[in-house]
Design a protein around this ligand. Structure first.
Ligand SMILES: [Zn+2]
Length: 372
């Protein structure tokens, strides 16, 4: 069995918006209430409050007059909130570095809740998503759900821009036949245009995307100059959030398109195994590396290939791809500097574009690993 998530924009009516807001609030209240409860009990006698205990207490709480409003929202979403809290604690005990679970604040702009499909109470059809308590919510369904996909769960969220999203998880039987590998491609990571491939091609982010990026920078600068707490600043904050979302969506579309095109043509794609976090810190490229979308692109590429029985190979990052001549294997230490964009191999005389040569080496190394 395999899982796949689809994210749709939702267009709830006013009544549904009220219910969403109520559910966000209840889910937050439940989380914070039992987080506090767990902390207090632990301080008192060093024992833990289990999920089952929390769920039992919550059932009792819903019957009291004070908390009867909890009955107005999807009950599974409240249970899920307790489960998330439980997971947060387990993660903390397993790996203290992840940090102690924190109280959820109204101000953090993170409005979301999750619910699980039970007996078909959640379904997508004809441009509508059916949700418990909320009913049929209009969605922009940009792709069909393949038949045989079973709906497992939904996370409803509201972005800072005010837009609503549904992230829907499906389960399906994975019966992919492994492909014989005939066509190979290597990709060399590029900061500005995502990558250069072993055929010398470079995907270009569309012009409108670059323009939106520039606009975002301008608007962010404006925001930083505005007085804290002022109404104008609030307006500007929403404007910036909307732009952010627009750019993120444009980037996703672009990355999906690129990875789909590659998957249509190639059976085995190789990339360097890069640690983007370390890279942006070490080279102080800062935001541009994290926003470049490479990590997301590799994820898309991997699942798209695997869906068709094809493969993605990650080549060791210490493999000296830019210094080795892809024709004769000569290692040219003089090409170490990033400033050298082209070079001639002193041994075989072939003229190289730095990035294309690196991409060819990555392709060859991936091919070696895949066919071994
Ligand atoms: Zn050579």
């Amino acid at each position: 069995m395999a899982n796949k998530a689809y994210k749709f924009i939702m267009y709830p009516n006013d009544e549904q918006k009220v219910l969403f807001a109520k559910t966000f609030g209840c889910v937050r209240l439940v989380y914070n209430h039992w987080l506090d409860r767990k902390i207090k009990q632990y301080e008192e006698d060093k024992t833990a409050v289990t999920y089952t205990m929390c769920a039992k207490e919550m059932a009792g709480m819903k019957k009291t007059e004070e908390y009867s409003f909890l009955q107005e929202v999807d009950s599974v979403s409240l249970q899920q909130s307790l489960r998330h809290l439980d997971t947060a604690f387990q993660n903390f005990f397993k790996q203290p570095k992840t940090g102690f679970p924190k109280f959820k604040s109204k101000k953090s702009n993170k409005n979301s809740y999750s619910t699980v499909c039970v007996n078909g109470n959640i379904a997508v059809s004809n441009g509508f998503l059916k949700l418990p308590k909320v009913g049929q919510v209009k969605v922009k369904q940009h792709r069909d759900i393949p038949s045989g996909y079973k709906l497992k769960s939904v996370t409803v969220s509201q972005a800072p821009s005010g837009k609503y999203y549904a992230s829907i998880l499906f389960e399906y039987e994975n019966q992919v036949q492994e492909q014989e590998l005939h066509s190979f491609l290597g990709l060399d990571f590029s900061m500005h245009e995502l990558y250069k491939d072993s055929n010398g091609n470079e995907p270009a982010y569309p012009r409108y995307y670059r323009q939106a990026e520039k606009k975002l920078k301008r608007e962010q600068r404006k925001l930083s100059l505005m007085q804290k707490g002022s109404k104008n600043r609030d307006k500007q904050r929403i404007k910036v959030a909307k732009l952010h979302e627009k750019i993120a969506n444009q980037r996703k579309d672009f990355l999906h398109k690129q990875s789909r095109q590659i998957t249509n043509v190639y059976d085995c794609v190789s990339v360097e195994n890069l640690d983007m976090k370390a890279m942006s810190q070490a080279l102080s490229f800062g935001k541009s590396v994290s926003d470049n979308g490479w990590g997301m692109f590799v994820t898309y590429l991997k699942y798209k290939l695997e869906e068709r029985g094809k493969i993605l190979v990650k080549v060791d990052k210490f493999f000296a791809s830019s210094q080795t001549c892809s024709c004769c294997g000569y290692v040219n230490k003089e090409t170490k500097s990033l400033a050298i964009r082209t070079w001639d191999c002193p041994q075989c005389g072939v003229h190289h574009d730095r990035d294309v040569n690196a991409a060819i080496n990555i392709r060859n190394e991936g091919m070696r690993i895949a066919l071994a």
